[in-house]
Design a binder for this molecule. Sequence first.
Ligand SMILES: O=C(OCc1ccccc1)c1cn[nH]c1
Length: 229
Amino acid sequence: MRIDVVSIFPTIFDALEVSLLGKARQSGLLDVQVHDLRDFTHDRHRTVDDTPYGGGAGMVMKPEPWGEALDAVVGDADPRPVIVFPSPAGERFTQAIARELSTAPRLVFGCGRYEGIDERVFDYASELGDVRLLSLGDYVLNGGEVAVMAMVEAIGRLVPGVVGNPESLVEESHEDGLLEYPSFTKPALWRDREVPPVLLSGNHGAVARWRREQQLERTRARRPDLLAD
Ligand SMILES: O=C(OCc1ccccc1)c1cn[nH]c1
């Protein structure tokens, strides 16, 4: 999978070199290219923002640099990429969307800053690829970079071969629509706290039943919204 990221803070993505995704990049499973939006400006101050039409506080990201950046990054790519813009005004990013995007041959991420990007950029981008405005949650960040880091990790780890043991991708929170059951490891007794005896029983059926019950109990308590349908 080829992933391109456009940002005015490209060095933030050096963190993607570390850990799991770093190995996937070395093995060529993931090809991540990061681009500095300011490289697509032409004035001395490398300006990327300006005041909003209609007034209001804050600044808006100018369309011209984005247009040139998207042309340079996407060009007449075949197949058309999915072009993701993190945004508080986007549809909710979920494990299902991560799974969907993990099958895309090309992903482009555009990191907004300030009050956001000139709306016409999303319209232009839809000529180059399938545009998705995605939200991590109902809170506001200063820019899209941290959201892109989270999405690239959530998506990248689902690309076949990136995670060593694909089995570990199955029993995860949200994979079966429920929260994950609690986990324990040695020692059996730690600071006067025991491991639930069923887990030491060797009775695999009882363990599976206990785990399912824990998933349901936790989901009911913490995320009743996941059960409502
Ligand atoms: O703040 C977010 O995105 C960054 C962003 C994008 C555009 C303008 C300002 C900030 C965000 C919150 N939940 N999901 C994403």
